[in-house]
Design a protein around this ligand. Structure first.
Ligand SMILES: Cc1cc2nc3c(=O)[nH]c(=O)nc-3n(C[C@H](O)[C@H](O)[C@H](O)COP(=O)(O)OP(=O)(O)OC[C@H]3O[C@@H](n4cnc5c(N)ncnc54)[C@H](O)[C@@H]3O)c2cc1C
Length: 413
């Protein structure tokens, strides 16, 4: 079976690799380099605990408040087109208590298998840098820690099984010496992990090629349409015509435009984030840390540390916003005692593909035999990329619906 995958981010590559494992002849095509968009400079956390939708009660209020503040973690850039207004309204509707509870339950259920799928990749020789130090959620204010302890109880009731520890007072720096003396406490999610995300996409691409697959870089897909003979034709800017029996569209936010001519609506918006990765001086953190009050992520990768953040809905440009990044760095460093960046390795921006209910879209396109969509993983593409790839590939290869993917079907919109 010949399959074309559009998009070489973590989601597209995981689908492509898993399909190649099942014997498909796979070509992945990307407008840029492998894994260079959202899947590059992110925090790299594999975090079942934090697998909850951003469409939540209070989310829009917070975004509007943040919109008026110069330093808030979330922002919104309104657009005049009707699709944007509809997206915001749908996001508002999906933020109700009831729908958020349903989305949280679905994501918790789905993410339960996430870690096993990373193990399965490593077992089959896919190479990437993975760290198993858990994830610390760090609080400056005691009341926020208390709120999180309640949240942990709720996650337990939804079946979260990972180990949890809480540190307060002197125990905070015994747990993580890099933290500032004023930190009120840390909730350690002991069994979460993180990866250096660039190594994950490179590892998947390498294993795909080793399985006989092909990766085409720097060639934007312009059209996806039915082939006159049979199957599908994916046409690219350079004039390539890729013919295949199946197409998987995993092009993140641009999936929306690619599928519109086929009459398929995928309500995606870009949520821009930014990061800096640097070597530094002082005591570097050894655990990945969610710096709670400022929503900044801190991820150590061997000798370097990455600080990432911002969730700017509707900001679709690819320019680095130096002020926004400087805020992320300053706020991130306020949680650390004396680690300071010296040599910057990379500054980055990327766009989280975000649906109106902040749940992914995974499944066949109704009435379009052989066309499959896998995108919209929002803040969770690393966590859920490998499990998405494995289940989607099984579904595509076997043609039988996979019940774990039911909450994420395209026809829910
Ligand atoms: C600051 C930040 C921190 C994050 N931290 C985490 C984290 O800790 N854990 C986690 O799980 N997730 C995290 N995320 C989210 C995660 O990065 C994304 O969910 C994930 O990378 C999305 O992967 P993707 O493959 O869907 O998209 P992408 O990586 O964007 O891949 C899509 C690919 O499609 C290609 N493409 C688009 N249009 C076309 C076209 N017309 N033709 C050909 N190719 C095309 C693009 O070039 C791109 O390479 C973070 C995101 C940000 C911004």
């Amino acid at each position: 079976m010949k399959t074309t995958v559009v998009g070489a981010g973590v989601v597209g590559l995981a689908c492509a690799y898993e399909l190649s494992e099942l014997g498909h002849d796979v070509t992945v095509v990307d407008a840029g380099a492998v894994g260079a968009q959202a899947s590059a400079g992110n925090a790299g956390w594999i975090t079942p605990f934090l697998s909850t939708p951003r469409a939540a009660p209070g989310a829009v209020r917070d975004a509007f408040a943040s919109f008026t503040s110069r330093e808030g973690p979330a922002r919104m850039q309104p657009h005049l087109e009707p699709g944007f207004a509809a997206w915001i309204l749908s996001f508002l509707r999906a933020s109700s208590r009831k729908r958020n509870a349903a989305g949280t339950a679905a994501l918790q259920e789905f993410s339960r298998g996430a870690l096993d799928h990373f193990d399965a990749l490593l077992d089959r020789g896919v190479s990437f840098d993975q760290y198993t130090d858990g994830l610390g959620v760090v609080f400056k204010q005691e009341r926020n820690l208390e709120h999180y302890e309640q949240l942990a109880g709720r996650m337990r009731s939804l079946g979260y099984q990972g180990g949890l520890s809480v540190y307060r007072g002197d125990d905070v720096r015994a747990f993580e010496p890099a933290l500032h003396r004023d930190i009120a406490g840390v909730l350690h999610l002991e069994t979460e992990r993180h990866v250096r995300p660039e190594t994950l996409t490179q590892g998947l691409a390498k294993s795909l090629v080793a399985n006989g697959g092909t990766v085409v870089e720097h060639d934007r897909v312009t059209t996806i349409r039915r082939d006159s003979n049979r199957g599908w034709l994916v046409a690219t800017e350079s004039g390539r015509d890729l013919r295949s029996d199946q197409v998987v569209v995993a092009a993140a936010y641009p999936t929306r435009e690619l599928l519109r001519p086929l009459g398929i609506k995928v309500p995606l918006e870009a949520a821009k984030g930014t990061s800096m990765t640097a070597f530094g001086t002082g005591v570097a953190p050894t655990h990945p840390l969610k710096l709670y009050e400022n929503m900044v992520a801190c991820s150590p990768f061997g000798n370097s540390v990455r600080l990432s953040g911002t969730f700017d809905i509707g900001v679709r440009n690819h320019e680095l916003n130096h002020k926004r990044l400087a805020t992320v760095i300053r706020q991130g460093l306020s949680y650390l005692d004396n680690w300071r960046p010296t040599d910057v390795e990379v500054k980055w921006v990327g766009h989280r593909p975000t649906t109106v209910d902040d749940l992914p879209v995974i499944g066949p396109a109704d009435g379009q035999d052989g066309l499959y969509v896998a995108t919209g993983h929002g803040t969770l593409g690393v966590t859920l990329g490998p499990i998405t790839g494995a289940l989607a590939a099984r579904e595509i290869a076997q043609g039988a619906p996979c019940k774990e993917l039911e909450p994420f079907r395209l026809n829910r919109f």
